[in-house]
Design a protein around this ligand. Structure first.
Ligand SMILES: [Zn+2]
Ligand SMILES: [Zn+2]
Length: 107
């Protein structure tokens, strides 16, 4: 690394980035040959991935005493769903907590 004295122009051998006294005049020189690399740090905006729960995974209340026609288990989650708009009344569905069998109850 070669630099030149600010004061007298003498050649100074110095380490990069350090203050080097001139061997000729003693002037303290800052090494100027240092190439400053301005780094643009690009911040990547990370998009938050929000896991949306499946709408079908909504929690239905458990009805006790409802016997599953498949396995005889007496706990089933119930929910109602409109089958066809206006056409039918709401239909009650049951889903067995044990075997996940699903059946409908005609109201
Ligand atoms: Zn000098
Ligand atoms: Zn069952």
């Amino acid at each position: 690394m070669v630099d030149f004295c600010d004061k007298c122009g003498a050649i100074i051998m110095g380490a990069k980035g350090s203050e080097v006294p001139c061997p000729s005049c003693g002037h303290s020189n800052k090494a100027t040959s240092e190439v400053k690399i301005s780094q643009k740090i690009e911040k990547k905006e990370e998009k938050e991935i929000v896991d949306t729960e499946d709408a079908s995974a909504e929690v239905h209340p458990i009805a006790k005493g409802i016997e599953c026609p498949e396995c005889g288990h007496d706990e089933a989650r119930y929910f109602s769903r409109q089958m066809r708009a206006g056409d039918e009344p709401e239909t009650q569905f049951y889903k067995c907590e044990n075997c996940k069998h699903q059946w409908r109850k005609h109201m």
